[in-house]
Design a protein around this ligand. Sequence first.
Ligand code: SF4
Length: 177
Amino acid sequence: MTRTKIATVWLDGCSGCHMSFLDIDGALLDLASRIDLVYSPLVDRKDFPDSVDITLIEGAVSSEDDLAKIRKVRAHTRTLVSFGDCAVTGNVPALRNGVGAESVLRRVYLEPDLHTAQAPNLVVPKLLNVVKPVHAVVPVDVFIPGCPPSAKTILYTLTELLEGRTPDLSDRTRFGA
Ligand code: SF4
């Protein structure tokens, strides 16, 4: 039997959606018998694989690094799932959109009374001025609202996708659930 290749990706989110994924508990063992988790914060792999069946994206697109990553993920994924409210709407990371990236960096790094105050400009990815939900940057196939979506909802979604069906999430979750 061919095993389905699944990836999970963490953009600008709090990891709560990944924690909810782990809350599937015992069903993870059943899932593990049907899938290969080929890329995720939960496994030690640095490069995104060439061909992935299903990718769950947690978090909004907030930095140039996020933008490059989501474009690469989209190019190598058959079914892309926007996983949680940050990915679906921008949610918490997008709260800064009203003031812009420069203003946030100034307030956090430059205005405090520090002798060495400076905004990060090395190693830390450059912030985009506007935080965007994933579908504003690349096409998305499935949306799972929730902050975070419940383990039950995540398991239902993955089970449906593994069976080749499009999950109907209309009465299973909601924004902020
Ligand atoms: S949707 Fe909620 S739980 Fe998920 S990454 Fe965003 S803030 Fe965290």
